[in-house]
Design a protein around this ligand. Sequence first.
Ligand code: CTP
Length: 405
Amino acid sequence: MKDTVILVVTGSVAAFKAAQLARRLMERGLLVKVAMTTAAERFITPLTFEALTGQPVLRAGFPQPGEAPMEHINFSRGARLVVIAPATANTMGKLAHGVADDSVLSMLLASGLPVMVAPAMNTQMYKHPAVQSNINTLAGRGVTFIGPSSGSLACGEEGEGKMEDAEVIAAAVMEKLGGEKDLAGVRLLVTTGGCQEPIDPVRYIGNRSSGKMGVAVAQVAAGRGAEVVLVAAHMETGLPEGMRVVRAHTAMEMQEAVRKEFAQCDILVMAAAVADYQVENPATGKVKKKNSMRLDLVETPDILAGVAMEKGGRVVVGFAAETEDHLASGRKKLMSKNLDLIVINDVSRGDIGFGSDYNEVTLLTRDGKKIEIARASKDMVAGEVLDQAATIWRDSRTVEQPEAS
Ligand code: CTP
């Protein structure tokens, strides 16, 4: 079951960034429920958050006769923590003094949950002794503050008071939840990008892979504590940090890198679009233009199938790029390449897959499990792939190492 967090949005111009934050939290596998003060609704509508999160929004007004009377109590039930972002001086002041003059503040007092606060306001307001005193009071009660950072503020001034980036807040929330390091101790080898096979020193045969899906797997895994090695072919995205990156441009280079790294990994996720053919004899000099040209292509080795045949206790995950008969073709690759898990993509669709930040996939496991993931960010898909792969890996270890009696 997903962890739930409550995101309280208050009346600051930074409220729009709360929409990004909701997304970042969801991408990390959390269920997000939003509560909004009256002032927040002047900047962004409850509908925006309902559409983003798929959850009803708690609004500030107290219930009218006939409406659910205990919503401020029930709303936070089952949640793990509250994050107030952006948090105004006004809301922080009320919270510090136990004011509960609307449903959102009442919910905050009634929740009993850990509270994280990302302040957003003008520098002078932030530095005001009353605000600082409220911050100290809240911090003394165990409230965690994230930021504010410094920069140019909406009021035109420069200084402290800017709400922290959504990414930073989301990382702090994950750290607080302690769920982020569930892959600590797992050694993950990920391949990504598209191989380019040279025709001559300036031309090549390539494919449309952007590398985003494999990078998402590598980044999400590193964020969850895994030790990651990324073998990267041509990519349209930057190289990620926090992991060792090995460059491999052609199928042969990728095979060499994967074979070398495979021995030291627990899980291989082969997201690269490996070229199926290479030019038999690439020219050493630039080929001059002529009326027509023939290229002799020879098959490249199937890297994945090769290593999976000798995988021992490792978990091997493949991707299947399909345009028709997706499931049948994917299942065939799962079995014939000796994989534990396959991620089946429909690469004929323009709104997902190549170059997109989104994907929609079906996962098939060797033991017959089928998981359909509706259109979601590649980070979200990566999280699900990692969950499944890690489960298979842990289960196989439990079988291999029965508990001592
Ligand atoms: N793969 C590989 N080596 C190759 C070709 C593919 O390791 N020479 C891997 C890919 O990285 C992917 C999986 O095999 O994880 C399936 O790739 P895909 O292109 O869908 O299938 P192919 O085996 O190439 O078959 P086809 O192109 O005919 O669908």
